[in-house]
Write a protein that binds this ligand. Structure first.
Ligand SMILES: *[C@@H]1O[C@H](CO)[C@@H](O)[C@H](O)[C@H]1NC(C)=O
Ligand SMILES: *[C@@H]1O[C@H](CO)[C@@H](O)[C@H](O)[C@H]1NC(C)=O
Ligand SMILES: *[C@@H]1O[C@H](CO)[C@@H](O)[C@H](O)[C@H]1NC(C)=O
Ligand SMILES: CC(=O)N[C@H]1CO[C@H](CO)[C@@H](O)[C@@H]1O
Length: 624
């Protein structure tokens, strides 16, 4: 990105002489092999997309040839056998850092580790200011991390030993502070839009991010502040032509001439004035409870009068501004904005710009602002490309967990990592079911729950439906086949696993018909004739014999008929005996009852004729 220190034309920066620059870091933890386990640090590159708030576990690979990754590898030679993402380790040197990342990404890497080639503290890998490079820089989507030489050597050593895979976990969860439910962020920018690819990138970011920024601001989720860098004219040059053309308020607030040519087009002081105007729009908007008008104003301003149009004049800008203010940002009090801007020719300091210059100096963990544009989120400088979804991801990572606004959980900032080789995650071979989950914290490989049926597994190489209903989900991953009949290796009565049904053999994921005849499992008798069929067998007996499956033998049909007769005879005997028993029982019961009743009756009356008395007593009791 534009190094402001290099752009100086007599102007001096407000920052301290050393230009305290903070190297933003992420964790790199070695998980395997055992003997080099441990936590290290890496410096986040200022290109690509760091997975702020997330982690990535991957297999480390190191190119055998061209280990500096300065030449395209050709094809995608780096594929992990385990489907885990590949983290490509490359050496520093010979070409731009960004080119290494680009070559690695094209070769199939999901992240890049650049090993330093000298012993020194970690530094931030910048993208080059190079028209050719800008073509691929914007296409870099993988995160890049610089690690120190010693750690690089350790990894390479472990790789050459080759006994175990080298697995590391890149961790950006602590790279972005996330203390509470509001994110404060600042955008250090410049109204100058004539600095080549950098300015184009900046402008397209503002345009593309506007929607999200306003949504977050209106919902009270964020507090956004645009900030503008200004320079100071050294005392000795205050009256020089250079300072007069680049500064306002008598050398107090300056900006380098956009074309580096004082006789042509825009002058530095035009840039400062436009910066001031944009600042005042934010200040006044903020004071009236609508800080988001800044986004409208800046995009409108850019659409209507680009500094690229050399024939535009300040007058035109002013005109466009008033039009804009009336049409698109209704109610923005112009007089207040004029008052805020003050008189650029005055020999006194401007309240707004004075504060800006003070803020330019680093405070706390943030460090000085020395590159433009710079985004500062929760007082930490953002690293990575200035692109809508990458930035939104970083902002979302700045919320205390589970307080993220809905926009962070929407598909809008999905990393789309699942679109590329399914993010290295498990995928159902037939159904549209995947373990890849896109989130703003990066893609996760987690076994899904589909139609209330949970899948279990490592998410990378395997997921299996478990529990009731699992057989409805692609037959629980088990074998099934239909010919004349359907057979399945998924049993609803079991919560996991597959088992080949009777008549088949295999592991349950693949089942094959058992040839019962050949294996001599059935139909073994000398008179038997065996014929295998899918899922079973047919067995016939020679001549008039009949096959009895239970006994696996052939028997004479007559014997069977005789058997039947015997059975019928037996049955009728049993039935006859039963009937006789019943009659006998009935008779006994009746006589017993009669004698009982008579015994009771005789206690109340003298009985002459037993039979008659019973009859009358029965009538009597009926009448009662
Ligand atoms: C914007 O307004 C809020 C409160 O309304 C205030 O805390 C904040 O400092 C203001 N920002 C600027 C840049 O003036
Ligand atoms: C540049 O500004 C002039 C004057 O307003 C205008 O006529 C012209 O269309 C502009 N050109 C571009 C490319 O915007
Ligand atoms: C697969 O499922 C996802 C969501 O569940 C859906 O968006 C996508 O269109 C499906 N793809 C196919 C090929 O059915
Ligand atoms: C810079 C460099 O070493 N390039 C080499 C990359 O690998 C190919 C062969 O695979 C060589 O031909 C290049 O010289």
């Amino acid at each position: 990105m534009a190094d402001l220190r290099a752009l100086l034309i007599v102007l001096t920066m407000i920052s301290s002489a050393s230009g305290r620059f903070v190297v933003e870091k992420n964790g790199v933890r070695v998980i395997r092999p055992e003997h080099i386990r441990g936590r290290h640090e890496g410096a986040i590159a200022n290109f690509g997309v760091p997975h702020y708030g997330g982690t990535m576990v991957g297999t480390v690979m190191y190119p055998e040839k061209n280990s500096t990754a300065c030449d395209a590898f050709g094809g995608t030679p780096f594929k992990s056998r385990t489907r885990r993402p590949v983290i490509l380790l490359v050496d520093r040197g010979d070409c731009y850092f960004a080119l290494k990342a680009w070559n690695a990404q094209r070769a199939g890497a999901a992240a890049v580790l650049v090993a330093d080639n000298v012993d020194e503290p970690l530094l931030t890998m910048e993208d080059p200011e190079d028209a050719q490079a800008s073509e691929y820089i914007e296409k870099i989507n993988v995160p890049s991390v610089l690690i120190n030489r010693e750690f690089g050597e350790t990894l390479k050593m472990a790789l050459t030993e080759g006994t175990d895979r080298v697995i590391v976990k890149l961790d950006w969860r602590e790279s972005m502070p996330h203390p509470d439910e509001r994110v404060e962020y600042e955008f250090w920018t410049n109204s100058n839009d004539e600095c080549g690819p950098r300015c184009d990138e900046q402008m397209s970011f503002v345009k593309n991010f506007k929607g999200h920024a306003q949504l977050l601001e209106k919902g009270g989720f964020t507090q956004f502040t645009p900030l503008y860098i200004t320079w100071r004219c050294p005392e000795a040059f205050k009256l020089s032509k250079r300072c007069k053309s680049q500064c306002i308020n008598r050398g107090r607030y300056c900006a380098p001439d956009p074309e580096h040519d004082f006789s042509e087009g825009y002058e530095g002081k035009d840039v400062v004035i436009e910066n001031l105007r944009q600042l005042c729009v934010h200040r006044i908007g903020n004071a009236t409870g609508r800080p988001w008008v800044w986004w409208d104003f800046v995009t409108d301003y850019h659409a209507r009068c680009s500094m690229k149009n050399k024939s535009s004049l300040i007058v035109l800008i002013d005109k466009a501004f008033s039009q804009m203010a009336q049409l698109d940002v209704p109610g923005l009090p112009l007089d207040k904005i004029d008052k805020c801007m003050g008189d650029p020719e005055a020999g006194v300091s401007n309240d707004v710009l004075k504060i800006e210059q003070e803020l330019q100096l680093g405070h706390g963990s943030r460090g000085d602002i020395t590159i433009l544009p710079t985004l500062v989120i929760n007082n930490v400088q953002y690293r990575g490309k200035l692109e809508r979804s990458a930035v939104l991801k970083a902002i979302c990572a700045g919320f205390k967990e589970s307080t993220e606004p809905p926009v962070c959980l929407s598909g809008d900032i999905e990393t789309n990592e699942c679109l590329r080789s399914n993010g290295g995650c498990w995928q159902h071979p037939k159904l549209n079911i995947t373990a890849c989950k896109d989130t703003f914290r990066g893609r996760l490989c987690v076994c899904p729950i589909v139609n209330n049926v949970p899948y279990q597994g490592d998410g990378y190489t395997s997921c299996e439906a478990v529990g009731p209903g699992r057989c409805t989900m692609g037959n629980g991953g088990c074998w099934t086949e239909t010919r004349e009949q359907t057979y399945s290796a998924c049993l609803d009565s079991e919560l996991t696993g597959c088992r080949c049904p009777k008549g088949f053999q295999g592991d349950g994921y693949k089942c094959e018909d058992i040839d019962e005849c050949k294996e001599k499992l059935a139909c073994n008798c000398p008179e038997c004739h065996c014929k295998n069929k899918w899922g079973g067998y047919d067995c016939n007996c020679k001549g008039d014999l009949l096959y009895v499956k239970e006994e696996d033998a052939c028997i004479v049909r007559n014997r069977l008929r005789f058997g039947w007769n015997l059975a019928i005879l037996e049955l009728s005997c049993v039935a006859g005996a039963g009937l006789a028993g019943y009659i006998f029982y009935k008779y006994r019961l009746r006589s017993y009852m009669d004698s009982e009743i008579m015994a009771i009756m005789s206690q109340y009356m003298p009985l002459d004729n037993h039979a008659n008395e019973i009859e009358s007593s029965q009538q009597h009791s009926t009448a009662l």
